[in-house]
Design a protein around this ligand. Structure first.
Ligand code: TMP
Length: 231
């Protein structure tokens, strides 16, 4: 059975993470092995970098380099091996978040992000410790990309209301709503450019959001029938 790489994306407060448990249950009920992971993070090194990225002030290039360094370790040690085993990889954020947050949100150069993406996700022999990074001019069709991306779309003002008082905000969560308007626009632009995106209307009640997820997976032939229940 071939692996399936599923990512969840959206602005902070859109509610994506609350559906990962149910997704894992759903795919396991279909007889699949599931690897659950997240970015930044997913390996000890990448989780250490996550702490720095979410807490320390830094310029956008430093942030982008750290995010991609964490991703490289994560891709090599977790994502590629899991896909090679035939697992369903459920990853809470991936490179779309970099284009949305560092690119659209912070206004960092998208061409530099694209070059880093090719270095990190285009390596020959990815999945082995000796993997060589790809040339920054590698063809985009040889990049490791998600098979399907659930994009939780929510107005930034509503997301801010949901986040208010929920927990101590990290560096990104404490950004003004205007930052999240740019991030949301960045996601919309990414989604318009790739068929792997499924737009989930995240303004709906949790059960209805789950129904949208199940329907999207069923329509794409990724689950045999709707057997999952929202947890
Ligand atoms: P999370 O709270 O959904 O786990 O995401 C962590 C934060 O990191 C979130 O505010 C988005 C941000 N982030 C980036 O800025 N760039 C990235 O490439 C990734 C993966 C996350």
């Amino acid at each position: 059975m071939s692996g399936l790489f599923l990512t969840l994306e959206g602005i902070d407060g859109a509610g994506k993470s609350s559906h990962i448990d149910a997704l894992a249950v759903l795919f396991k009920a279909q007889g699949r092995n599931v690897t659950r992971t997240r970015e930044p993070g997913g390996t000890p090194l990448a989780e250490t970098l996550r702490g720095l990225i979410l807490e320390q002030p830094m310029d956008a290039l430093t942030e982008s380099l750290l995010v991609f360094a964490a991703r490289r370790d994560h891709v090599l040690k977790v994502i590629e091996p899991a896909l090679a085993r035939g697992d369903v990889v459920l990853c809470d954020r991936f490179t779309d978040a970099t284009f949305a947050y560092q690119g659209a949100g912070r206004g960092f150069d998208m061409n530099v992000l694209s070059a880093l993406e090719r270095w990190v996700q285009g390596g020959r022999g990815i999945g082995t410790e000796s993997a060589e990074p790809a040339s920054p001019t590698a063809a985009s069709d040889s990049l490791l990309q998600p098979d399907i991306t659930l994009w939780f779309d929510l107005l930034p003002a509503i997301a801010a209301e949901r986040l208010a008082g929920a927990r101590v905000p990290d560096k990104f969560e404490s950004q003004p709503v205007e930052f999240f308007r740019r991030v949301a626009a960045g996601y919309a632009e990414r989604a318009a450019g790739a068929e792997r995106f499924v737009r989930i209307d995240a303004s709906q009640a949790r059960d209805q959001v789950w129904q949208q997820i199940e329907a999207a997976l069923f329509d794409r032939g990724l689950i045999a029938k709707g057997t999952g229940e929202s947890l």
